[in-house]
Ligand binder design. Structure first.
Ligand SMILES: [Fe+2]
Length: 150
């Protein structure tokens, strides 16, 4: 995982304490299923997630352009956005408390929790490939609320 302030460039690292202060949870996990499943179970128990699924985006995903368009719009959810990356890579841009973008690049082994109601957006890299475990408190409530332009 790499995280930096987008307006300052990749050298402007976001330190873990900054994430913690905003309840953005990050964890590096081994890709051994026996190990990461235990860590995911622990996270589900401690943070109240009740459901999980697998999501995959590849260049062959139908309507990939439309999906990318949807994810790149700045939005929030009433549930945490929890992603454990199994393969591939992606970019989360997350707003800090001063409305600055923090860019977070995730790759295999990265577990990221964007807390409920924190503005963010998601972008694929040029590889256009990511496979993740998602965790939910309430999958039925998984709706994006888009921030008004301007
Ligand atoms: Fe989201």
């Amino acid at each position: 995982m790499k995280a930096w302030f987008l307006d300052e460039g990749p050298q402007a690292h976001v330190d873990p304490a900054t994430f913690e202060a905003m309840d953005i949870h990050y964890q590096a996990l081994p890709l051994d299923p026996d190990v990461y499943r235990e860590a995911i179970d622990h996270l589900m128990r401690t943070r109240g997630y009740t459901a999980q699924d697998l999501v995959e985006l590849t260049p062959a995903t139908p309507d990939l352009d439309a999906l990318e368009e949807k994810f790149v719009g700045e939005h929030t959810h009433h549930d945490d956005e929890v992603r454990f990356v199994l393969e591939g890579e992606g970019i989360f841009d997350i707003r800090d408390d001063d409305d600055r973008w923090m860019r977070v690049e995730v790759t295999a082994g990265d577990l990221l929790v964007v807390p409920a109601n924190r503005h963010h957006r998601f972008l694929l890299t040029d590889a256009k490939f990511i496979r993740c475990v998602r965790l939910f408190q309430d999958p039925a409530g998984w709706i994006a609320h888009y921030r008004d332009a301007g």
